[in-house]
Design a protein around this ligand. Structure first.
Ligand SMILES: [Mn+2]
Length: 413
């Protein structure tokens, strides 16, 4: 007997509107249609492949109170799974929680819909789901926040680091309990919305260095008792266990939320488990979706006698048809008179949407800092400090934050 599962994540329906345009007929943002098409592609695949189970890894919307027309676009697609009688687990991500971390407001309504074919994963537990190809176990691990696992007296007087260590200790014990409860004869999947240590970060990286998020070590999740670990949160598709023992896979977002995802392929994961062979055989594949391309055109015209011609040439040699385009050009302020932006507007019209940004280059900033010359050896942190000091004028408001973020990032490696 073969069991088929579709794993998708990070839908973020209703985001990226700044990269769209308003449809004059409906008043709706074109990016909602793009995200709906991407989601529809996942649901089409689930129905065509007659999968036994759909696992959604969390982050349905940009926040827990999406406007009704956005909820409707989401519900229309998931409703097709209910009609196809495909059991579906909807996991709660950080964007699905209220800011104070109570429950999954935007998804909890699905609990009551469609003859219980939806299961909302809002707590750590192990579900046993009966599918048309047999039973499967799914441990749900929604986004963890401090208030969910710790009480206020437990955290009194502790530093942020100590609080995180305490959460991890508790989490490890709870996960251990779940793992011990598994029936190893039946397929088992861990479905988690988490920042797992060792991931390559995309747009969500700012959460990693803020107080809101913390990281779960890969070793907590990559357990041989699970046949597959289905992850949500990081938007870049990747497998954290290349030896596939077990696969620990971020499906990634299904459409580009912003330019940080420009170069990434978007899609969903199909999993096949031959549960009767011993040991169980598992195959998984990443399936790309047709998504709207993003294109950055970056030009430095500071050395050009004819910056206008150079920028036009760069636009003409780029694939911009129906893409979300941003044109950025580095330019000396004294070259401004040589630029006619209207000509760029004309050329960029065939893009889906576009933005143009002139990046003024200060002649002085071209001089290298003498301390950073060839032959001197600096740690990356010292180099950053030196750079920040040399740019006090522009960076003073964010200098401290930059340094703290850098220290946090480097301490993690
Ligand atoms: Mn997330």
């Amino acid at each position: 007997m073969q069991m088929k599962i579709l794993h998708l994540s990070d839908i973020h329906m209703g985001s990226s509107f700044s990269h769209g345009k308003t449809d004059p007929a409906t008043g709706r943002n074109s990016r909602l249609q793009d995200f709906t098409s991407a989601l529809s592609g996942c649901i089409d695949a689930a129905l065509e492949q007659k999968v036994d189970l759909v696992l959604f890894g969390g982050d349905a919307f940009p926040d827990s109170t999406p406007p009704p027309y956005v909820q409707e676009a989401f519900a229309n697609q998931f409703n097709r799974l209910a009609q196809g009688q495909i059991p579906t687990v909807l996991l709660i991500g950080n964007h699905d929680q209220h800011s104070h971390g109570q429950g999954g407001a935007s998804l909890s309504i699905y609990r009551t819909l469609a003859g219980n074919s939806f299961i909302v994963g809002d707590k750590i537990t192990t579900l046993k789901i009966e599918t048309k190809s047999g039973p499967i176990q799914v441990t749900t691990l929604p986004w963890i926040n401090r208030s969910g696992l710790l009480t206020r007296p437990e955290t009194a007087g502790l530093s942020l680091y100590e609080v995180n260590q305490l959460i991890l200790k508790k989490l490890q014990a709870i996960l251990e309990q779940q793992i011990r409860s598994l029936d190893l004869e039946i397929p088992a999947i861990l479905l988690a919305h988490a920042m797992v240590d060792r991931a390559v970060y995309g747009a969500e990286k700012f959460l990693a260095v803020s107080n809101r998020g913390f990281q779960i070590p890969l070793s907590f999740l990559a357990r041989s008792e699970y046949d597959y670990v289905a992850l949500g949160h990081v938007h870049t598709h990747q497998n954290l266990k290349p030896d596939n023992n077990p696969p620990v896979v971020y499906a990634g977002s299904i459409e580009r939320v912003d330019f940080s995802e420009e170069g990434e392929e978007k899609g969903y994961v199909l999993i096949e488990i031959a549960q009767d062979s011993k040991p169980k055989q598992l195959k998984w594949s990443f399936n790309p979706l047709a998504t709207r391309p993003f294109k950055t055109i970056k030009v430095n015209v500071t050395a050009s006698p004819n910056p206008q011609a150079q920028i036009i040439k760069a636009i003409k040699s780029s694939q911009i048809n129906e893409a979300v385009v941003r044109l950025i050009y580095d330019i000396y302020p004294e070259q401004y008179d040589l630029i006619d932006v209207k000509a760029f507007d004309e050329l960029l019209k065939e893009a889906h949407s576009y933005s143009i940004k002139a990046n003024p280059v200060n002649n002085k900033s071209h001089q290298r800092l003498p301390e950073m010359g060839v032959g001197s050896h600096l740690t990356p942190l010292d180099a950053l400090k030196m750079y920040v000091e040399s740019r006090q004028g522009e960076l003073k408001d964010i200098a401290q934050d930059m340094l703290e973020a850098a220290e946090t990032l480097m301490a993690q490696n």
